[in-house]
Design a protein around this ligand. Structure first.
Ligand code: NDP
Length: 342
């Protein structure tokens, strides 16, 4: 177990965390990013990005490597394969970021950018066949489903975009959505409907993952309008029905929206009930979750953290000098009453 002291401790090396690290280091704060895997966050689960301004098409992995290199060049430390257990504020105002290897990082300010975990459908067979047909990451697992019939559930950007990606691997892809319109962006929808390998089933939910001998063999579906059930002969199921923010690592009261995303001060990204703690990126309640918005969040949070750290350290100095004066006054009055020479 070791104690590490920094001005700024950032949990999570996704786009928000690495941008915050860049700005923190450039503000001359001693800055460390703690990442449970490799730097990149959701970028590592994305094959190509086409909406990061100035890069018409870039591999998620390549962009992640550039982010990390830039943050390191600026002077930030990125420590990989460090699992943060919790972040808590102490009575003296400093934060402790406690890791499962026993190490504790102490800092006047923290930025939590721990992202989210894929939401599960919660249907029979889903957990049983996870890794045996059921997946939550196309880039990670598409290769296992070459020339197979792949089912995808969801209607947002992730489901629609990843259906296109999966169609490069599977013999066909069936996208199942519970409503009759998608919330995905128009350009992604346009590509979806133009893709001859993707079949779309609307107003339908997945009810059960079926399997034999430990492998998925099909998916039971139910049309929500007619109540009719059917079995899709897919051997793979990719679930993209949103993310649940990883707020469990934060100790203390957090205000959140009905989906569990943390509500932050809109000017600073600070958690109102925990001064000095900032939340940026996918954990934060906001309209959308893009790499560009995560980077913007990281920027704001780091600039606000810099101001907070300056104010905090100044207050600590004043507190120390007030204490010193108080001690001196007590010592002097003690010397006066006991007649001791000064
Ligand atoms: P979203 O929250 O946008 O979409 C989730 C989808 O899953 C919705 O269509 C929702 O249906 C459906 N859904 C939710 N729960 C269930 C359930 N139990 N059963 C069936 N369907 C369900 O999540 P995404 O992960 O797609 O995207 C998250 C954020 O990331 C968004 O802001 C998105 O814009 C962004 N993103 C951007 C990308 C890009 O720009 N290239 C790529 C990927 C993500 P309903 O519509 O009926 O609520």
């Amino acid at each position: 177990m070791a104690i590490h002291e920094f001005d700024l401790v950032i949990t999570g090396a996704g786009p928000a965390g690495m941008t915050a690290a860049l700005y923190g280091a450039r503000a001359l704060l001693s800055t460390v990013v703690l990442e449970r895997g490799e730097p990149g966050g959701e970028l590592l689960n994305t094959e190509y990005l086409e909406n990061f301004i100035s890069y018409p098409k870039v591999l998620g992995r390549d962009l992640a490597a550039k982010f990390a290199e830039h943050a390191r060049q600026a002077g930030a430390e990125i420590r990989e394969f460090i699992n943060v257990e919790y972040v808590a504020k102490r009575e003296d105002g400093f934060f402790e970021t406690v890791c499962d290897n026993g190490d504790i990082y102490v800092s006047p300010s923290v930025i939590v950018t721990a992202g989210g975990t894929p939401v599960k459908l919660g249907i029979p067979g889903e957990l049983e066949y996870a890794g045996r047909g059921v997946s939550y990451c196309a880039v990670c697992d598409a290769n296992f489903f070459k020339q197979q019939h792949i089912a995808v559930v969801g209607g947002g950007d992730a489901a629609v975009e990843e259906s296109g990606y999966l169609s490069n691997y599977g013999s066909k892809v069936t996208l199942i959505h519970r409503r009759n319109e998608f919330r995905a962006s128009r350009i992604l929808q346009q590509r979806l409907f133009e893709n001859p390998k993707i079949n779309v089933i609307l107003d339908t939910v997945a009810e059960e993952v079926l399997g034999e001998n430990g492998l998925m063999t099909g998916l039971r579906l139910r049309n929500v309008e007619t109540g009719e059930t059917s079995v899709l002969d897919a051997t793979g199921l990719f679930v993209f029905v949103g993310f649940k923010p990883n707020t469990g690592i934060i100790r203390g009261h957090l205000e959140h929206d009905k989906m569990g995303y943390v509500i932050t001060d809109s000017m600073t990204m600070m958690v109102p009930s925990v001064p000095g703690m900032f939340v940026a990126g996918d954990m934060r309640a906001q309209l959308t979750r893009q790499v560009t918005t995560a980077a913007g969040d990281g920027t704001t949070a780091a600039i606000a953290a810099e101001k907070y750290v300056k104010g905090f350290m100044e207050a600590k100095r004043e507190q120390r000098s007030a204490q010193t004066s108080e001690f001196r006054a007590i010592a002097e009055s003690h010397a006066d009453t006991t007649g001791l020479a000064r």
